[in-house]
Structure formats: structure tokens, C-alpha cells
Write a protein that binds this ligand. Structure first.
Ligand code: GLY
Ligand code: MN
Length: 459
């Protein structure tokens, strides 16, 4: 009997130990889960659905209470990759034919669902027949579950829903300019026109995009991570091109190296058409035919940017196709590099964007005078005819309204000199994050000095 009690006690003790081990394991799993989701920056992506919702909420703070805001995504017919950036910024949806309605003040009544809501998204319904051709999509239920929309309906009875919303609004804001109700009308404009004819009492107004641009200008930590990834892939492509470039190669062969590097590393698209301009075409700012055969001794301007999960990088390097710069090329290159370095060194919150441009212009025009290419500094535009900087983000030329820099902005610095009479164009471009106290060059590590480029191209 004592033996049995003893054995039972032992079993209980064992069970307790197992239980406490299970508890410990559970705690470790939770800790790992926590680390995985909240600490490792690579998983910032998982925060994005919540972030899209917060963006919609922040946008609504800027509108009057009786208005309705409408945003339309790309349309099915507009082709792949043609996404409305503002729509994507607010929804996270790349799918075609979706429409977002926001009600900043009182809630709108959705008759079909018998509920009052602040946001409604119309999306194409799930359709087995179509999925055979194009694959599965998040339907109305899916966007609510996966992307956190408050309310969603299939876009098939769009006209009824839309009319019902117009009935409840005093102003409808939407992204059209000019706001003309003349023909040819899109489907929405047709509905708006009919509603007005039926004496619905609402005004139409073009949404002031500045309100979204102010949000888009300041990148969140998850956006910064995505842009860093696009930059890292672009940096790698530049290095691969430098390693493999040889005189006699066609510009498109250099392009093939970047295409491979981009796709191999998860960037499915270019943020903009790649510019690979050799010899005379190094002086064509947005050249993208990329079909010329390079000759020994020439420079090649390589202005490229991977797009990673909708965010674009933009890095330019100018390389000597033979691996070594000539004396003349070095002379010009170092003026552009000085303009680039000094313009970057000014970057900090509060500085005006035109001060940065003026600094680059000042150095370049001094250099041009010293070389005897111009007599008066004011003539610099003959050789430097573009801006020094632009924001990047969902678009490679992301929109911007601020004249001064603020923490969280990401901008390019891209001075250049283009001497057409010598077939000699040089541009150097890096991507820079404005921090609380200054700046961080996100594209650092892409060979940029003459020595760094020649070392990598040494063969
Ligand atoms: N990367 C092309 C441009 O900035 O215009
Ligand atoms: Mn650029």
C-alpha cells in the first residue's frame, strides 16, 4: 500500500515537472513570437495592415464631418503594375477595380449591411471562373479579415451603393482634375451626374492631394525598411554591372545584369525605366533606349532603381567602360562628387530644399568656370540643367509639398555635369534619409569615389 502511494506521488511529481516544462516551453515560444513580430525589423511588414488603417484615420482628420471621400484604385484595363499610389498608400490593395469611401465625420449607413460605418471598400467578388485565369483574390470578406477594413461589399452593385452614399453627403471629394462633368464620363462621373440631375444635395470637389502628400512625405519605419531593401538590391545591381562591364558590350547587356539582380533578389519590377547611357547618350538625362554598343574609353551613366513591394530606389553611378577614368573624366567626375558630398552634408531637419540645390549649383558652376567651360557662374545651366533632389517612396519621384526637410523624409541627391560637345555626361545619385539630427546615406556602400569604382572594375 505504502508502495502504491509512493509510486502515485512519484507519478504526480513527474507530471508536475512535465507541466512546468510545458509552461516554460510556452513562455519561450511566446518570447520568440514577441521577438519575431515586434523586435526584428524585417518583420515590420507584418505591421503594415494596421498602418494602412491608421493612414486612413489620419487622412480623415482633415475633412469636414458631412463629406465623403472617394478613392479609386487602378482599373482592370490599365495593365499590370499601374497602381494608383495614393489608393495603395491608404489601402494596401493592388487589385484592380476597387473603390474606397471614407466618411470623416458621422458614420454612413450601409443599407445592404444594415450598419453604420466610417469606411467602406468595394472590391471585385471572388469568382471561381475568373480565378481559373487570374488566380484567387481577396474578396469582400478577405479584405476585412486580412486588411482590417471596417466594411466591404462586392463592387458589382456599385451604382446602388454609390447613390446611397451620395444621398448622405454634403460634399463628395474625389481625385479628378479638372472636375468636369462633360463627356466622356467615367462610370463614377456618370453616376454623380445622374444623382445631381435627381437633385441630390451634394457638392463635388477635387480632393486636395496635399493632405495625402503630407502623410506620404514622412516615411514610417516599415516604409523605411522597404525602401532600404529596394536600395540594397539596387546597390548590388550596380556592383554586378561594375564587375562585368566591358568595352564592346551593348547597353542592354548591362541592363540584363540589373534585371537579373533585381529579380533574383525579390524586386519584381523597375521603379522607372533604367537609364543606361554610354558616350553621347550619357548626356541625355532620361535616355532609355539602351541599345548602343559601348566603346573603349567611354563613360556610361547608369541610373537605376529596383522596386521592392511597391517602393522604389534611385541610384546613379557613372562608370568608365574600360575600368579606368581618363584624366579629363576624373577632373569632371570629382567636381560632381564634391557637389554631391557637400549637398548631402547640409541635410538635416529644418534646412530648405533650395539651399541644398544652391550648394550643388555653386560647386558645379565654380568648377565649370575653373575649367574654362563657362565664363560667368550664371551660365551653369548649359551643363547642369536639372534639380539636385527629389523624394522617393511609392513613386520614384514621390510627391512633396514641404519646402524644408523633416525627419523621416527620404530624398535623392543627384548632381551632374553634361558636356555634349565632349560626349561626356556624369551624374552621381544617392538616397538619403533625413534623421532627427542630420542624415543617413541609405545607398552607402555603392562604390562612388574614383578609387572605389576602379578597384571594383579592376580586371
Ligand atoms: N532616376 C531618374 C530621375 O530621377 O529622374
Ligand atoms: Mn533620381
Amino acid at each position: 500500500m505504502i508502495n502504491i502511494i509512493f509510486i502515485l506521488k512519484k507519478i504526480k511529481l513527474k507530471i508536475n515537472i512535465i507541466n512546468s516544462n510545458i509552461m516554460k516551453t510556452k513562455k519561450i515560444i511566446w518570447l520568440l513570437f514577441f521577438l519575431f513580430y515586434f523586435i526584428f525589423p524585417n518583420n515590420l511588414l507584418s505591421q503594415i495592415p494596421q498602418e494602412f488603417k491608421e493612414r486612413r484615420e489620419r487622412l480623415m482628420e482633415n475633412f469636414s464631418s458631412e463629406s465623403i471621400i472617394m478613392f479609386k484604385g487602378s482599373s482592370e484595363t490599365s495593365g499590370n503594375g499601374d497602381v494608383n499610389d495614393n489608393f495603395y498608400y491608404l489601402t494596401g490593395l493592388e487589385n484592380p477595380d476597387c473603390i474606397l469611401f471614407l466618411s470623416p465625420g458621422r458614420k454612413i449607413y450601409i443599407r445592404e449591411k444594415r450598419e453604420y460605418v466610417k469606411e467602406l471598400i468595394l472590391v471585385p467578388p471572388q469568382n471561381i471562373q475568373r480565378e481559373i485565369w487570374n488566380g484567387a483574390r481577396l474578396g469582400p470578406e478577405g479584405v476585412m479579415e486580412e486588411l482590417g477594413f471596417e466594411s466591404s461589399l462586392p463592387n458589382t452593385e456599385y451604382e446602388n451603393y454609390f447613390r446611397n452614399l451620395l444621398f448622405q453627403a454634403d460634399t463628395l471629394f474625389f481625385e479628378y482634375s479638372p472636375l468636369s462633368l462633360d463627356k466622356p464620363l467615367t462610370r463614377e462621373l456618370e453616376i454623380i451626374k445622374k444623382a445631381k440631375e435627381r437633385l441630390y444635395k451634394f457638392e463635388t470637389a477635387s480632393i486636395n492631394n496635399n493632405k495625402i502628400i503630407q502623410l506620404r512625405e514622412i516615411k514610417s519605419s516599415s516604409e523605411i525598411e522597404l525602401i532600404k531593401k529596394a536600395i540594397e538590391i539596387t546597390r548590388q545591381a550596380h556592383k554586378n554591372i561594375m564587375k562585368e562591364a566591358r568595352p564592346g558590350m551593348y547597353e542592354y547587356e548591362l541592363e540584363a545584369i540589373l534585371e537579373y539582380t533585381f529579380k533574383k533578389n525579390g524586386a519584381r519590377r523597375n521603379g522607372f525605366p533604367p537609364i543606361i547611357g554610354s558616350g553621347p547618350f550619357s548626356c541625355i538625362l532620361h535616355y532609355n533606349k539602351n541599345d548602343r554598343k559601348t566603346n573603349s574609353g567611354e563613360l556610361v551613366v547608369i541610373d537605376i532603381g529596383a522596386e521592392y513591394k511597391m517602393y522604389s530606389a534611385d541610384i546613379t553611378r557613372t562608370i568608365p567602360i574600360s575600368g579606368k577614368f581618363s584624366q579629363r573624366q576624373k577632373e569632371i567626375y570629382n567636381i560632381v562628387l564634391k557637389a554631391h558630398d557637400e549637398a548631402i552634408s547640409l541635410i538635416k531637419p529644418g534646412i530648405r530644399k533650395n539651399e541644398i540645390h544652391n550648394k550643388a549649383v555653386d560647386i558645379i558652376s565654380d568648377g565649370l568656370v575653373n575649367l574654362g567651360l563657362i565664363k560667368d557662374k550664371k551660365e551653369y545651366r548649359k551643363y547642369y540643367m536639372h534639380g539636385t533632389s527629389h523624394p522617393i517612396g511609392l513613386d520614384v519621384h514621390d510627391p512633396s509639398v514641404s519646402r524644408i526637410l523633416k525627419p523621416g523624409m527620404i530624398i535623392t541627391i543627384e548632381p551632374g555635369i553634361y558636356i555634349r560637345e565632349e560626349n561626356l555626361g556624369i551624374r552621381i545619385e544617392d538616397d538619403v534619409l533625413v534623421t532627427e539630427t542630420g542624415y543617413e546615406i541609405l545607398s552607402k556602400g555603392t562604390p562612388v569615389t574614383i578609387e572605389e569604382i576602379e578597384n571594383l572594375m579592376d580586371r
